[in-house]
Design a protein. Structure first.
Lengths: 412, 85
């Protein structure tokens, strides 16, 4: 075969197999305290596997397989709509939560393009709101087109500043999260929506961190969720309340009520709906359990020297907590916990590819280095949750101390 | 870069180094009433004021100086572990 063309060689070879993921490297017990991206609820995982067999077809097709997929997609939408207290026609599935969030803002802005182009958002919104908002303002060379409203040290919206920002002529979109996924603080949606409604500005509410873990928000015009927050697969949910002026400039009428460019993969929608049902059935008990466990972590972290537990201690998501320790490198502390078996996240700059720390911690004016973020999984996802948290709280102070000693800052 | 004993030159250093060096200087030089930190790391903009708040010092100002920022801190004595909390 020497001298053969590259194409010939390729035909002669077996395709290289895609590597199968093996178990995580460390053989010991793993304790999952970073559940912002999964894993799936076990029942939703079974549903997903089954749906791959029966729901793979394009629901737009007219054959039996397509009709079956359509029926499953419709059923999934009905379940999610019922859970959110809305009509199925108000619900669209998009590729991801962030995609749905950016689309939610786009649709309100486009529908109102003759009245103005200004967006008002809190400074702690998801980057899917902040990044495109800043880009639009920069492209128009008009900083006033995107207003970022300050939050207090707990991460809660400054309502007076919010009202002033909404009063600026040309404001057509307001965006606010139900609660912050990094620090847990809930936002005052009722007052925020009243202020927006006074100017007839629709409020987009980002509930991607709270749905399934906290009460379903009631004060919104456009609502966004991510099935990952309730134990489902990555799937964006966009809800546009009937009567709200919303239009996507690239809409195709027959796809997801004109709010998406592609029909979702039906197995994902079905798994998301199954996860919703499972999570809803146990939510009251789960909330109580995780809220108490977060209280335990907050207590343990607050007695570690030079450590700040941030976010509202009471008016918060039940399952999220974060704290920062002085003189500690974020990457080192995540690594130390990882080596001890704990999966935790961090908002410190050195833990990501960027030099910028978490914009949420920065907007709150709290320490950005040495940050540890815990997102508790659903008890059904992690039956050892209570034990994991108990071991974590005991490991907290010694781990931070060990990292400080390693960095030679134990005496500061 | 500078021989002013009240200046921490942490330009080019990543978090949490600028804050660590600030804390060391404040501990080692009880005679200093103010300390200036020069830093390029964007996290310093949040972490120097946060350190002041947590340790009971006063953050005076941040001044852009070309490619870096100068953070001015007024030292409030006594300082040390636990003094501010």
């Amino acid at each position: 075969m020497s001298g053969g063309l590259p194409d010939d060689r390729q035909h002669d070879r077996e395709p290289a197999p895609v590597p199968t993921p093996g178990p995580t490297r460390s053989p010991g017990v793993r304790r999952l305290l970073d559940a912002s991206s999964g894993p799936l609820h076990p029942v939703a995982r079974d549903t997903l596997q089954a749906a791959v067999e029966v729901g793979w077809a394009d629901p737009a097709r007219l054959h039996a397989e397509g009709r079956r997929a359509r029926a499953l997609l419709d059923r999934s939408r009905e379940i999610v709509a019922a859970g959110l207290g809305v009509r199925p026609t108000e619900v669209s599935f998009l590729a991801s939560g962030p995609t749905a969030l950016a689309r939610a803002v786009d649709g309100v802005a486009y529908a109102a393009r003759r009245r103005g182009a200004r967006t008002v958002a809190s400074a702690v919104e998801h980057s899917a709101v902040l990044v495109p908002g800043r880009a639009r303002a920069a492209a128009a060379d008009d900083a006033s087109l995107f207003a970022e409203v300050a939050v207090d040290p707990l991460g809660r919206l400054d309502l007076d500043a919010w009202r002033s920002a909404l009063a600026v002529p040309g404001t057509v979109v307001a965006a606010l999260q139900s609660a912050n996924g990094e620090v847990g603080t809930r936002q005052p949606l009722g007052a925020a929506r009243d202020a927006a409604a006074a100017h007839r500005t629709p409020l987009v509410v980002d509930a991607t961190a709270s749905l399934g873990r906290d009460d379903v928000p009631a004060d919104w015009d456009v609502l966004v969720g991510d099935a990952r927050s309730w134990g489902g697969p990555p799937l964006g949910v966009l809800v546009v309340r009937e009567g709200v002026r919303w239009h996507w400039s690239e809409a195709r009428a027959d796809v997801e009520h004109g709010r998406a460019d592609v029909t979702p993969w039906v197995p994902l929608a079905l798994a998301a709906a199954e996860a919703w049902q499972q999570t809803t059935a146990t939510r009251a008990a789960d909330t109580q359990v995780t809220r108490a466990l977060v209280d335990d972590i907050r207590r343990a972290a607050s007695v570690v020297p030079d450590t700040e537990v941030v976010g509202d201690p009471e008016d918060r998501l039940p399952h999220v907590v974060t704290f920062s320790s002085l003189y500690v490198d974020g990457e080192a502390v995540v690594g130390a916990f990882d080596a001890a078996g704990f999966a935790v996240a961090s908002g410190s700059a050195c833990t990501s590819s960027t030099l910028e720390p978490s914009h949420v911690l920065a907007a709150m004016g709290v320490l950005t280095h040495g940050n540890v973020r815990v997102t508790l999984p659903l008890p059904a996802v992690s039956p050892s949750l209570a034990d994991d948290v108990s071991v974590f709280t005991a490991a907290l102070a010694p781990t931070v101390r060990a990292v400080r000693d390693q960095l030679g800052v134990g005496d500061l | 870069m500078t021989d002013d004993p009240s200046v921490v030159d942490a330009r080019g250093e990543r978090c949490p180094l600028p804050v660590i060096r600030l804390a060391r200087l404040v501990r080692d030089r009880p005679d200093l009433a103010t300390v200036t930190v020069l830093a390029t790391d964007p996290a310093a903009a949040h972490d120097v004021p946060a350190w002041c708040r947590m340790r009971g010092h006063r953050f005076v100002e941040a001044r852009a100086e070309g490619d870096h920022t100068a953070y001015l801190v007024e030292v409030v004595r006594p300082s040390g572990p636990g003094a501010a909390r």
